[in-house]
Design a protein around this ligand. Structure first.
Ligand SMILES: Cc1cc2nc3c(=O)[nH]c(=O)nc-3n(C[C@H](O)[C@H](O)[C@H](O)COP(=O)(O)OP(=O)(O)OC[C@H]3O[C@@H](n4cnc5c(N)ncnc54)[C@H](O)[C@@H]3O)c2cc1C
Length: 420
């Protein structure tokens, strides 16, 4: 039997960051990962550290989505199946697409973005962690007038929250990055953001944890969470080991819902599957991260290769790779970036984004079981928001409060009592 202050379940960017910040605050921490630290969605993502981000649900997105369903290189796929939880999730998503909700989410996400920037800079400056982090920002690339108008409106919106976003015509973008093709008519440069090799960052952060005193257990799965009188007491591993602690942080990505269910807590999430393909370096190589605005494909230079990442597929929790959707990444990037057509595919990957319908993650304590904290549901933004989530969780655990207003992030918003 082991006894510590805090057990963290999940060795992705969110769990690692929670363990890191709790240990920094003097806590004795055990981090449990059922596979390896590199096995979750945190390592294969696009590597855009996009400080300040819009939420998925927003006014007009349903109409846009319906149009996309008829597009042959549609970045969205919903597998037709009878699934009540998924149906309910889509209804909640639709409900969240109001201007009022969008404004509330924007306020929180842009605040979190500044905290995220601070956390990345602090980790990089104070630890032997770098992950090829480069503060070059990312470029939004548009081919059509219709999308360019939206890009400029979005840039204006982000400027109103204090972010440094430059709206540019095609030539301006090409001056920043000569790998941008002539067909691109304009877009924006998000200067505050950065790019990173997420796999390297996760491995390096994982390596620095033991130096901070964290016990890291990989290849160990948590099957049971033990409670007594509505208080967390211990977890039991598949090897039947009991680990007692005062606090439990559930940071198990898309699998958090299943763990929460074992203690009767409802965290409704759907898996948003995405893919990446790593290509041999095209000439000229991109020097920034980019997002191809019409096709939603992200491209990032990474370890001498070019990573294309994107698509969102709601088909449940599985790791099937649909070749047609994987091919869409190259098709979707070709018109925006030079040399994609002649680059060779080196490797591919799929991963599951933990998506909550209302566009915000679940971060903070639950009143339903004392001593339990949630850190999950970051969907498209989880790599960027992982470290700041860890800092917030450590403040909640150690100080019993946090500077950041996390009311709307409460994991209790899905319970009957939480909904009021
Ligand atoms: C194609 C794609 C591109 C993306 N691009 C970006 C981007 O550019 N920028 C960005 O900010 N975000 C991006 N994201 C989103 C981001 O990757 C995720 O939001 C984030 O990585 C989620 O991290 P996590 O730690 O919550 O989950 P994970 O990384 O999945 O970690 C959860 C871990 O918990 C472990 N686990 C589960 N159950 C148990 C258990 N019972 N016991 C022990 N361990 C358990 C799992 O094995 C897993 O390792 C992208 C995602 C995709 C798919």
């Amino acid at each position: 039997m082991t006894k510590v202050d805090t057990v963290v379940i999940g060795g992705g960017i969110v769990g690692l960051s929670c363990a890191y910040y709790c240990a920094r605050r003097g806590q004795k921490v055990v981090l449990i990962e059922r596979d390896t630290l590199e096995s979750g969605v945190s390592t294969g993502n696009a590597g855009l550290v996009a400080f300040g981000h819009t939420p998925m649900p927003r006014p007009g997105v349903i109409k846009q989505t319906m149009r996309m369903l008829f597009d042959p290189i549609n970045p969205l796929y919903v597998k037709p199946r009878f699934d009540l939880a998924m149906f309910k999730w889509f209804l909640d998503f639709r409900k969240a697409c109001t201007q009022d909700r969008f404004n509330k989410c924007m306020k929180i996400l842009t605040d979190l973005g500044w905290g995220a920037k601070e956390c990345f800079e602090q980790i990089i400056n104070e630890e032997m962690v770098n992950g090829e982090y480069r503060s070059v920002g990312w470029l939004d690339l548009c081919l059509t007038e219709e999308r360019l108008k939206q890009s400029h409106a979005e840039a204006e919106l982000m400027r109103s929250y204090g972010y440094n976003v430059e709206s540019l015509a095609g030539d301006g973008l090409r001056r920043h990055d000569p790998a941008v093709r002539d067909e691109v008519i304009g877009g924006a440069h998000y200067h505050d953001s950065a790019i990173v090799d997420p796999g390297r960052f996760v491995s390096e952060l994982g390596r620095c944890l033991p130096e901070r005193g964290v016990i890291v257990r990989t290849k160990t799965e948590i099957k049971r969470i033990l409670t007594k009188n509505d208080r967390f007491v211990a977890v039991r591993t598949t090897g039947a080991e009991r680990i007692e602690a005062n606090n439990l942080v559930l940071a198990a990505g898309i699998w958090t819902s299943q763990l929460a269910k074992t203690i009767n807590i409802n965290i409704p999430m759907q898996a948003g599957k995405g893919y990446h393909v790593n290509l041999t370096a095209p000439k000229p190589m991109l020097t920034h991260g980019v997002v191809c605005a019409e096709t939603f494909v992200a491209a990032t230079p990474m370890a001498g290769t070019l990573r294309l990442a994107g698509t969102i597929e709601f088909s449940g929790i599985n790791d099937y790779v649909v070749q047609k959707r994987l091919n869409m990444l190259q098709i979707g990037a070709r018109k925006y970036i030079r040399g994609i057509g002649t680059s060779q595919s080196l490797s591919f990957w799929s991963g599951l984004r933990p998506c909550i319908a209302d566009g915000l993650p679940a971060v903070g304590p639950t009143a339903q079981v004392k001593g339990v904290y949630f850190a999950t549901g970051h969907a498209m933004m989880g790599f960027t928001l992982g470290p700041v989530t860890g800092r917030i969780i450590s403040e909640c655990i150690v100080d019993g409060k946090t500077e950041q207003d996390i009311t709307l992030l409460s994991p209790d918003r899905f319970s009957r009592a939480g909904r009021g």
